[in-house]
Design a binder for this molecule. Structure first.
Ligand code: NAP
Ligand code: F7E
Length: 331
């Protein structure tokens, strides 16, 4: 089937990072909008398709890596998507201090490689870059909006800032329809176990089942604007559906501390967090982002974006899902 024929039939989107939390939800969402969905998968010695197993037969999965521009040029030539969502990254902030160069290669330069592949193969492609509230870091304004100055506090934040500006630069240099979504933390039962929300909810389920007694955490005073991942992938699509590209903050406008998160999550299982949570220096970061809270007014006004699940609803859903998971693991 030729690319021209496909264009008249259904829109085709390429997702990098399709095996990750957001990639899996975005794939589901785009399939629901009648897109053909192509996922870029990097080579690994074992398959890690847990998050997309339920939709795998409806996806086209192709090999490629953000570290290798040729792989992306070939992929674009063969698949001819109209939209590219660049969600792949080394996304864990703590790891970025241990692997700063890899983080820069993937999370920063990887964006240039993909943008350049688009410029070479088909500059009409619409591009979404997964930018991050970590770019605000040591915040210069509360709440943070599109015009707030950036001050990243980790190699990850610095790499994301490069990715953001190279997206703006390719838009201005080559007229690409390239948008940057500055997304605040968003979570779900599919969140990686190393991130604090999922670390807490999975521990709650294991403590409830009598498998653990304590949970070791770092800074309990850090405050984050936590939303629900499926609400956030909808915003990505809305950005590429606009006639004009742009930059958008996506956030709930509320902030909660890690301590609040613990209190709420343990209470969902009838537990008191003070009986179980201990502070462990190993999880304290060399530099912290103390407070994030976003102002999504532009996304609400221009994209018509709204979130559907609030923070207590999110935490309750994650605890419930992890309780079921732990029960399943015990069978
Ligand atoms: P995630 O679960 O960690 O997923 C990251 C994805 O990137 C995985 O599919 C991973 O593949 C892939 N990947 C890593 N290195 C790669 C490489 N060299 N080549 C190709 N693929 C590679 O992240 P997420 O939470 O879904 O986040 C999606 C994106 O949004 C990331 O760019 C993240 O930095 C950004 N972001 C996330 C949040 C949030 O709160 N979740 C907020 C703002 C921005 P494997 O499965 O093979 O490891
Ligand atoms: O940490 C504190 C930690 O790792 C949140 C990524 O998706 O969102 C995420 O980055 C806070 C920090 O997420 C532990 O110090 C305390 O203040 O869940 P996290 P993050 O660093 O905010 C942004 C928007 C992204 O773009 C990233 O890709 O929680 N914290 N104790 C802890 N964090 C972890 N992971 N583990 C602890 O034990």
């Amino acid at each position: 089937m030729g690319g021209g024929y496909r264009r008249t039939m259904a829109k085709r989107a390429l997702i990098t990072g399709i095996t990750g939390q957001d990639g899996s939800y975005l794939a589901e969402f785009l399939l629901g909008q009648d897109y053909e969905v192509v996922g870029m998968i990097r080579r690994s010695s074992t398959l890690n398709f847990e998050r997309i197993a339920h939709i795998q037969d409806r996806l086209t999965l192709v090999a490629g890596d953000l570290l290798d521009e040729v792989s992306m040029i070939n992929l674009l030539r063969e698949q001819r998507p109209q939209e590219v969502y660049n969600l792949a990254a080394q996304s864990f902030v703590q790891t970025s201090w241990g692997q700063p160069v890899l983080t820069g290669e993937t999370t920063a330069l990887g964006v240039t490689r993909m943008l350049d592949a688009i410029r070479i193969v088909d500059p009409e492609v619409r591009f979404y870059q997964a930018s991050s509230s970590e770019m605000f870091g040591k915040v210069q304004e509360v709440p943070q909006r599109e015009t707030t100055s950036f001050y990243p506090r980790s190699p990850y934040g610095v790499a994301k800032l490069y990715g953001h500006w190279i997206t703006v630069n390719y838009r201005e240099s080559y007229g690409l329809h390239a948008s940057s979504g500055i997304l605040f933390n968003h979570e779900s039962p599919r969140r990686g176990l190393e991130f604090v929300t999922r670390k807490v909810t999975y521990a709650v389920a294991r403590i409830r089942a009598g498998l653990e007694r304590t949970l070791a955490l770092g800074n309990l005073d850090a405050q984050r604007d936590w939303g629900y991942a499926p609400d956030y992938v909808r915003a990505m699509w809305l950005m590429l559906s606009q006639d004009q590209p742009g930059d958008y903050v996506v956030a709930t406008g509320e902030t909660h501390s890690v301590r609040d998160l613990c209190q709420l999550a343990f209470a969902c299982a009838g537990l008191e967090y003070r009986d179980h949570v201990v502070v462990d220096e190993r999880f304290i970061r060399p530099a912290e982002v103390d407070l994030l809270v976003g102002d999504a007014s532009k996304a609400v006004a221009t994209l018509g974006w709204q979130r559907e699940i609030d923070f207590p609803g999110l935490v309750a859903a994650m605890v419930e899902s992890d309780i079921k998971l732990v029960e399943h693991q015990q069978r």
